[in-house]
Design a protein around this ligand. Structure first.
Ligand code: NAD
Length: 370
């Protein structure tokens, strides 16, 4: 009964347990909401200490995907899968092909992709058993690395914040502190640099910074110095939970806009602390939706120019989120939830369960049948 209660608490439609002795597969697939379309979300492989821990994670993450797709204006629902196991030692072809069979058994209600602990190679095994998988390599007709599109979305979202804060969306001459010099940061910095921003950058790995400096000029700082920079904008593009009790008191930034997931360590507490310091926060799942937009495009025959064009909409979405936050006097991360819920109730109202989904998913649903 407790499991049903957990599902009811967050409004999940369906949770599927997958077990197979031969491959050692133990997985949970959670479909949160298919009002807007088939549930899309990556497969996380993690050494969960207990079944409960894995269940909590998949319920939380799948719900997050419903909100992300809704805000991004995609015709997709929210889903996620977790495979219980050690991604360093327990991955093999049989495991992912077996998982692919389970995904296929859901007939398109759930579409998977890579996530923490899984990669493009794993998804190619999944692809051998089901067409309901995205984020595969370009060589196999997929969309490949989503980072350029994610970075572009972060860039335009940052400009929307600048427009709000300074009445002008130019980033020329703005000082921007970029945390992380990985895939997203690399492409983001190229946009920022071409617009004339002054960039401060850091990474735990020196080579990553060096690679970024091959195409742009930036001041390099140590990882623990990034929060102290006297810059206009902070752009977290490394790990989550970097906005916390320790970092916020150091902030002199006026805007936070970056691609990292789950930036606020404690949403309520740290969201409020940012408001008190009059720092405008671009909610992470809104501004980094380019990655999801990218894989969603794969479902309709991938074209990067179209994905980029869709990611451009993040500019207006961020502005709408800020407007709601101001009108309702709520933090921006709550305003984005409001926007997501509005669209869900406008489009759906009722959940599309089982038989109705193929008729109601529009173009994506149609294409997935082929
Ligand atoms: P990445 O692994 O390429 O880059 C992350 C970088 O952060 C690495 O170079 C790492 O060394 C660095 N790093 C880790 N901890 C750090 C610290 N304390 N200080 C400084 N640097 C640190 O990952 P990515 O694909 O660029 O993704 C970055 C973030 O954006 C992640 O949180 C990811 O979940 C999120 N995200 C990425 C995409 C995408 O399309 N790649 C989409 C949505 C969200």
């Amino acid at each position: 009964m407790l499991y049903f209660e957990a599902m009811e608490k967050y409004g999940h439609e369906q949770v599927v347990l997958c077990s197979n002795k031969e491959s050692g597969l133990r997985a949970i697939i959670a479909i949160h909401d298919t009002t807007l379309g088939p549930a899309l979300g990556g497969t996380r492989m993690w050494n969960y200490k207990s079944f409960e821990e894995a269940l909590n994670d998949v319920l939380r993450l799948s719900r997050g995907m419903t909100y992300k797709a809704s805000v991004a204006g995609l015709n997709l629902g929210g889903g996620k899968a977790v495979i219980i196991g050690d991604s360093a030692s327990q991955k093999n072809e049989l495991l992912f092909r077996t998982f692919g069979k389970f995904v296929d058994g859901l007939g398109g209600r759930y579409i998977t992709a890579e996530d923490v602990g899984t990669d493009v190679k794993d998804m190619e095994y999944v692809r051998m058993e089901t067409k309901y998988v995205t984020g595969i390599s370009k060589a196999l007709g997929g969309s490949g690395d989503p980072s350029p599109v994610t970075a572009y979305g972060v860039y335009v979202g940052m400009k929307a914040c600048a427009q709000e804060k300074w009445g002008n969306d130019s980033l020329r001459g703005r000082k921007i502190a970029v945390q992380g010099a990985g895939q997203v940061a690399r492409y983001l910095c190229e946009h920022l640099y071409s617009e004339g921003a002054e960039i401060y950058i850091t990474d735990l790995v020196d080579d990553k910074v060096k690679r970024v400096l091959e195409t742009i000029k930036a001041h390099v700082v140590k990882p623990d110095e990034i929060y102290d920079i006297d810059a206009d904008i902070f752009s977290p593009n490394a790990l989550g939970a970097v906005i916390n009790d320790k970092s916020i008191p150091k902030f002199k930034f006026q805007i936070i806009a970056g691609g990292a997931n789950n930036q606020l360590e404690d949403e309520d507490k740290h969201g409020k602390m940012l408001i008190e310091k009059e720092i405008l926060y671009a909610p992470d799942y809104v501004i980094n939706a380019g990655g999801l937009i990218n894989v969603a495009n794969e479902l309709e025959g991938y074209r990067q120019d179209r994905a980029m064009k869709q990611a451009e909409a993040i500019y207006d979405i961020v502005k709408r989120v800020i407007k709601i936050a101001k009108e309702q006097k709520i933090p921006t991360h709550l305003a984005s939830n409001t926007l997501a819920e509005e669209r869900l109730s406008q489009v759906g109202g009722i959940r599309k369960i089982f038989s109705s989904h193929s008729g109601s998913y529009g173009r994506i649903g149609e294409l997935m049948k082929h």
